[in-house]
Design a protein around this ligand. Structure first.
Ligand code: DCP
Ligand code: CA
Ligand code: CA
Length: 367
């Protein structure tokens, strides 16, 4: 049987790279993005940092004051998180990636699995060129670099990706998969946390190779059938979880920043029509119909508002989005004297819902 070809794409130092993108002058300095709790000027935690800051042992989750101390005497730049902006960049990249895959499964703001088996005819040599092409495309279109792992399944692709960062491209062919995993510590497998790895260690299981060689019946006796079999298979580089679209029951949206603050309907609609085009494409790729159309607005005072309308019957076309967005904006502009800075378009209330197959990996947390 032909092997699947699965990619895991993970954007490099994502929040910090987004900040470098909007202000390239900070690129040569340590950049730290954090959540400021506001109690004191320095209280809060590091979300992420660029690789220059990482040389000074700055890490995600670290208290900000500690990061400041480590970076003392440098020209370090500290910035607060701006999730909406990162999501906007993420959406643009995901949209490009979607065009390169049969299926795309987004697992977080900066990570997605792609099934590209058909695109590369199951050939891992071709997969390498293909991955390189996608990297080049995203870099030139959006300006963001990412690391990619390619393997015969999601499990191997993910670990391959983690093995070389930033700007990495790691290919693990089906016949190399087991030996690629073998020397790694068991806690590198998704679902093997601190508690599990401590129990495993007491059984003499330290590496993935140890786990692969361990009697599966004993694993089942300790962890139950589902987890025991999962551990056994994972250690043997076996993973049949499909790459599948997630969360499509909720909504599809796009947000963008206007070139300048404005109250001009035609100018605003120019932007929302661009956004609606992306939304409509997504709706059509996923073969959905929507029942609600909404707008999202950030005003010059940075407050945000949304307005929505429920359609009489489900629709799937861009024209319906455009028309309702226009109506919503006409009404909205008559209600506020302020200028608009950012706009969003959202559709929801999808009528066709696929039976959602629960995946084992959904039980585990990913970042
Ligand atoms: N993040 C966060 N708090 C954490 C970990 C991560 O807010 N404790 C956010 C910031 C990251 C983003 O999630 O930019 C993605 O997390 P990753 O673990 O993928 O880390 P990065 O993308 O920052 O770096 P890398 O280049 O190692 O992927
Ligand atoms: Ca990342
Ligand atoms: Ca990630």
């Amino acid at each position: 049987m032909q092997s699947r070809v699965v990619m895991l794409v993970d954007f490099d130092y994502f929040f910090a790279q987004c900040e470098e993108l909007r202000n390239p002058t900070i690129k040569d300095k340590p950049v730290v993005v954090g959540v400021y709790s506001g109690r004191t000027a320095d209280s809060g935690a590091v979300s992420t940092s660029n690789y220059i800051a990482r040389k000074y042992a700055v890490k995600s989750g670290m208290p900000l004051f500690l990061a400041k101390r480590k970076l003392e005497g440098t020209e370090a730049v500290f910035l607060p998180v701006d999730h909406e902006y990162y999501e906007e960049i993420s959406d643009r990249i995901m949209q490009i990636l979607r065009g390169y895959a049969t299926n795309l499964e987004q697992v977080s703001v900066d990570e997605a699995y792609l099934d590209v088996t058909a695109q590369v005819q199951g050939n891992f040599e071709r997969a390498k060129d293909y991955a390189q092409r996608i990297k080049t495309e995203v870099k030139s279109q959006v300006g963001i670099s990412f690391s990619v792992g390619v393997g015969p399944n999601k499990l191997v692709a993910k670990i391959a990706c983690d093995s070389q960062k930033p700007d990495g491209l790691t290919i693990v062919k089906p016949e190399e998969a087991k030996s690629f995993l073998a020397p790694l510590a068991v806690d590198r497998l998704l679902g093997v946390g601190k508690k599990t790895s401590t129990v495993m260690e007491s059984l003499g299981i330290k590496t993935v190779a140890d786990l692969a060689a361990f009697d599966v019946q004993r694993l089942v006796a300790i962890w139950g059938k589902i987890l025991g079999v999962y551990f056994h298979n994972a250690a043997n580089a076996i993973d049949n979880e499909p790459v599948q679209e997630q969360g499509e029951a909720e909504s599809i949206s796009r947000i963008g920043t206007l070139k300048q603050d404005s109250r001009d309907l035609a100018f605003i609609l120019q932007k929302t029509e661009e956004l609606a085009e992306d939304v409509a494409k997504d709706v059509s790729v996923r073969n959905l119909s929507f029942r609600q159309v909404a707008i999202y607005v950030v005003l010059t005072d940075l407050s945000s508002k949304s307005r929505s309308v429920t359609l009489e019957q489900p629709a799937k076309d861009k024209e319906t989005i455009d028309k309702n967005v226009r109506d919503l904006f006409e009404k909205f502009l008559s209600e506020t004297p302020l200028e608009i800075r950012r706009v969003g378009v959202k559709v929801s209330g999808f009528s066709r819902e696929e039976p959602h197959q629960k995946q084992l990996t959904n039980f585990f947390q990913t970042t």
